[in-house]
Design a protein around this ligand. Structure first.
Ligand code: PLP
Length: 389
């Protein structure tokens, strides 16, 4: 049985009439850049993310870049961010001329280890970028406490976590800025590149809106050096058709995750990782061959990825090959941590090192979890894993 890592066609196929209607609307209005479609979609995202301001942008990457630019972060500044994340988180820091300072990760929830971040604060630290990795909120209570103590700006990278909550608060609404991506593989996927920047700070929002259009206000009079970071009206119109279904997509992912955890947990040698509250007891799960992801009680998980850890040298890649032979798609997010990327060699290696990140990048494997996955497909994945263990 074929089980792809992701299948976008099924989901979009069921929305065909609405999507075609949106496209035809655009064809007749001819309003392709910003305008009413973008403004309406911004309002919809602001409402669901519990924020005053949402600014439609060209990608999740540009949302992070714009946040840093609006905050005035640049040369001489340091920004704390995880090393175990997608490249854009740190790439944007370097692009504004600031220095990414890489932080270790929690082995249970894969998110930034805030105690480790605290050790790396210096007089130059201006901001911190917690990432809500794989769809689960980072430890935002501790992040905000650290930020208050050192007067740091907080940019939540919510690219993988639109709709997730921390202690009842939507991610993206807790820090100074929140960023979202509608890259097709995210829970709310566009038909190309698209993103959103959100904030509760009206002055920062105003600055970001000006920077989004080359820093001009009014047109052709430039207050700031910005860029072209606009969201296409077509993407906004198409995403508006999908947005009402986001909650049900995420619920299906949650149901799929629960099913994996229940069934995989019955295989000898496969255990649920200790939840993030009890990481210090992690030894209790040592000896396990496969660790299953454990969601945190106070943080909802929308399962953009269902990521297991496979211990033992070479075992993760062996499992991936075994799954591929059974026509099952699985992916390694992320095989090379950011502090080991060639482009960041000029930063030198973090001191102290990042032992959990090294381990995660060697052990993590993400399984198919998309909403349209069938039970039969999941059973096939579970069967293949049980043959391997
Ligand atoms: C996808 C992603 C981004 C970038 O989003 P794009 O829309 O692809 O530019 C940034 N951070 C994280 C954690 C992501 O997963």
């Amino acid at each position: 049985m074929r089980v792809p890592l992701l299948d976008l066609c099924q989901q979009n196929q069921t929305l065909r009439p609405g999507l075609i209607g949106a496209f035809e609307r655009l064809l007749s209005t001819g309003q392709f850049i910003l305008g009413e479609e973008v403004a309406q979609f911004e309002q919809q995202i602001a409402a669901m993310a519990g924020v005053r301001q949402a600014i439609g942008v060209s990608s999740g990457t540009d949302a992070i870049l714009l946040a840093l630019m609006a905050l005035g972060i640049g040369p001489g500044d340091e920004v704390l961010c995880p090393s175990f994340t997608f490249f854009a988180t740190a790439g944007c820091v370097a692009r504004v001329g600031a220095r990414p300072v890489f932080v270790d990760s929690c082995p249970a929830c894969f998110n930034l280890d805030v105690a480790d971040a605290a050790r790396r604060v210096t007089a130059k630290t201006k901001a911190i970028i917690p990432v809500h990795l794989f769809g689960q909120a980072a430890a935002m209570g501790e992040v905000m406490e650290l930020a208050r103590k050192h007067q740091l700006a907080v940019i939540e990278d919510g690219a993988q976590a639109l709709g997730a909550e921390y202690g009842g608060q939507p991610v993206g609404s807790i820090g100074h800025f929140g960023t979202f991506s509608f890259f097709p593989s995210k829970n709310l996927g566009a038909f190309g590149d698209a993103g959103m920047l959100v904030t509760n700070d009206d002055a920062l929002a105003e600055r970001a809106r000006i920077l989004r259009v080359h820093g001009s206000q009014p047109k052709y009079y430039h207050k700031l050096v910005g860029g072209n970071f606009r969201l296409d009206a077509l993407q906004a119109a198409l995403l508006s058709v999908k947005l009402p279904h986001l909650a049900s997509y995420s619920e299906k992912r949650q149901a799929n995750a629960a099913y994996y955890t229940e069934r995989l947990g019955k295989i000898p040698g496969v255990v649920e990782a200790c939840s993030p509250e009890c990481v210090s007891n992690e030894q209790s799960s040592s000896g396990a061959k496969i660790l299953l992801p454990a969601p945190h009680a106070r943080r909802t998980h929308i399962w953009n990825q269902y990521t297991i850890r496979v211990s033992g040298p070479g075992r993760r890649d062996a499992l991936r090959n075994h799954l591929a032979k059974n026509e099952i798609g699985a992916e390694v997010y992320y095989p090379l941590p950011l502090h080991r990327q060639e482009c960041f060699a000029y930063l030198g290696q973090p001191e102290p090192g990042l032992p959990q990140v090294e381990r995660l990048s060697a052990e993590c494997l993400s399984l198919p979890i998309y909403p349209e996955l069938t039970r039969a497909q999941q059973d096939w994945v579970i069967e293949a894993i049980s043959q391997f263990v």
